[in-house]
Design a binder for this molecule. Structure first.
Ligand SMILES: Nc1ncnc2c1ncn2[C@@H]1O[C@H](COP(=O)(O)OP(=O)(O)O)[C@@H](O)[C@H]1O
Ligand SMILES: O=P(O)(O)O[C@H]1O[C@H](CO)[C@@H](O[C@H]2O[C@H](CO)[C@@H](O)[C@H](O)[C@H]2O)[C@H](O)[C@H]1O
Length: 485
């Protein structure tokens, strides 16, 4: 029986819920729940939605603490439609303001509750701000919100929680939050005002002001890209086409008849090139709108030191990396010898899942940066090649993921599949990079690209080990190849 009340949530109840969500980044770590802060009740006449900040304190060697946003909706009676999002049930004591049974659910799963956010945005004048209880809502001018749009929670895997409001808008509620400006909101605000055609326009955002008047940016509302399909899904489709034709031929015909990436029905190379142009356009606009700087030799040495430290931390978390450490470290040593390089605001965690192809071209989403990095690091000017490297890694992931699926159903086709998967990756990486760069890369640019590609693959081994252990072999193989080069 839980000892929770609405005013004093039971840490064990919260922990049990948080640990089973996709958005919780600390899975598998030794931790306890620290302070639980009630930020306030969302304004509006619907069900009571209370927004909480839950502190997670890590008790392992790496230590640290994170704050997660957990909006809860409370009902008197159980809501069977929300059973999957039940956080806890308890009896409020007789002397409580509302004694009796209480059932607490994750509010993002409840249509009635998510409509509260939409109403709060819509009640704010376009181009203005409005304070309601503990929250401040900001609206960007230029779009009339559809208040009758039906909310539905994005069903895919996510670091945050997104709710689609019909075909009008999409709201992202940030789960891991930090005080100050949220980079996703900041970048979308700047790029929307600058008229970018490569992002979904920002419509509004919600923040909480703490006792010192500092903002905590909690959620943003954006243009819903109605015709969007994400790049990851499209890439998987293209690889599946290729491998389906490949396995048929591998079993039936001789090598001369093999299907190549360029000949398969769903060739992705044209899209990869257009995506390269779009990423370039976003980078150019970011360089225009945010400060840029020329990093010097000392900065290059500092960058190399960071890459080395990240590698060492990753080896501690994923011991299989140890045998490739020296090869990767040698690449980072070359970065330390660079005389300088350009830095600017970047995306920070770019991969195919952050790209959406629409009838009006490719759009880039999710400018929050790498989820595991501290905020100060995520907003700092960085090399564009970090983002390009993220995309190149993604062009390696897609064929490897599909190949795993095919392996079970098509024994005896390993060599053909492996060759075609590598060819798909090579072809699409080249098309993306050529379109992005518009010419040959200099030796320094190539070195930075290689180093960031290694760093991303190393990061992915940790990410996959914690989140999708059966996929860890994909980035491990890439690290091994880089280490052996
Ligand atoms: N403006 C949009 N319109 C339509 N779909 C979107 C939009 N923004 C994001 N999505 C979809 O939601 C998914 C998750 O969004 P994302 O910003 O990457 O969330 P997270 O920060 O949780 O990873 C994207 O991969 C995409 O499929
Ligand atoms: O999208 P997020 O900000 O949550 O990014 C994290 O999760 C991504 C997976 O969803 C992860 O990306 C890795 O897997 C992708 C395929 O699912 C692949 O396309 C990427 O290249 C690969 O890095 C990302 O690294 C992580 O930060």
């Amino acid at each position: 029986m839980s000892t929770a009340t609405i005013d004093h949530l039971d840490p064990d109840v919260l922990r049990a819920y948080i640990e089973r969500t996709r958005w919780f980044a600390g899975k598998g770590r030794d931790l306890h729940i620290g302070e639980v802060t009630r930020l306030g009740v969302l304004p509006g006449d619907g069900p009571v939605v209370v927004v909480h900040l839950v502190e997670v304190v890590y008790d392992d060697a790496a230590g640290g603490r994170e704050l997660y946003q957990v909006p809860l909706v409370f009902y008197r009676d159980p809501e069977p439609r929300l059973e999957h999002a039940l956080v806890g049930s308890w009896e409020e004591p007789a002397d409580a303001p509302l004694p009796g049974a209480v059932h607490a659910y994750d509010a993002l799963h409840d249509r009635e509750a998510t409509a509260q956010w939409l109403r709060a945005f819509a009640a704010t004048p376009a181009g203005g701000s409005r304070t309601a209880d503990a929250f401040v809502v900001h609206r960007v001018p230029g779009h009339e919100l559809d208040v009758d749009a039906v909310p539905s929670l994005y069903p895919g895997e996510q670091s945050n929680s997104s709710v689609f409001f019909g075909e009008d808008a999409v709201m992202k509620v940030f789960r891991k939050v930090t005080p100050g400006v949220n980079p996703d909101i900041e970048v979308h605000d700047v790029l929307t005002r600058a008229g970018s055609e490569n992002v979904a326009a920002l419509y509004a955002w919600l923040e909480h002001l703490d006792a010192d008047g500092s903002p905590w940016q909690l959620a943003m509302l954006q243009q819903f890209l109605r015709t969007a399909t994400d790049g990851w899904t499209l890439a998987l489709g293209s690889v599946r086409d290729l491998l389906a034709e490949t396995v048929t031929h591998a079993l039936e015909a001789d090598a001369a008849d093999q299907v190549h990436a360029r000949d398969a029905g769903g060739d992705f190379a044209g899209e990869a090139a257009r995506l390269g142009e779009s990423v370039r356009a976003v980078h150019d606009l970011l360089a225009e709108q945010f400060p840029t700087e020329r990093a010097d030799a000392q900065d290059a040495a500092a960058l190399a030191a960071v890459l080395h430290r990240r590698l060492e931390a990753a080896v501690d978390a994923v011991p299989e990396l140890a045998e490739h450490r020296d090869g990767v470290a040698a690449l980072y040593d070359r970065v330390a010898a660079l005389e300088g390089f350009e830095r600017q605001r970047v995306h920070g965690d770019l991969h195919l899942g952050q790209t959406l192809r629409t009838s009006k071209g490719w759009k880039i989403v999710d400018f929050e940066g790498e989820p595991a990095a501290p905020l100060a690091e995520r907003v700092r000017p960085d090399s564009r090649w970090r983002d390009v490297a993220g995309m190149l890694r993604s062009f390696d992931y897609a064929p490897r993921v599909v190949e795993r699926d095919f392996a079970l159903d098509h024994p005896g086709t390993d060599e053909a599949r492996d060759q075609r998967a590598a060819e798909w990756a090579h072809r699409n990486r080249n098309h993306f990079l050529t379109a992005y760069a518009g010419g040959e890369l200099s030796a320094d640019e190539r070195l930075l690209l290689d180093a960031y590609t290694a760093d991303k693959a190393v990061y992915e081994t940790v990410y996959e080990t914690r989140n999708r252990p059966t996929w860890a072999a994909i980035p491990l193989r890439a690290v091994a190849e880089i280490g052996a080069a």
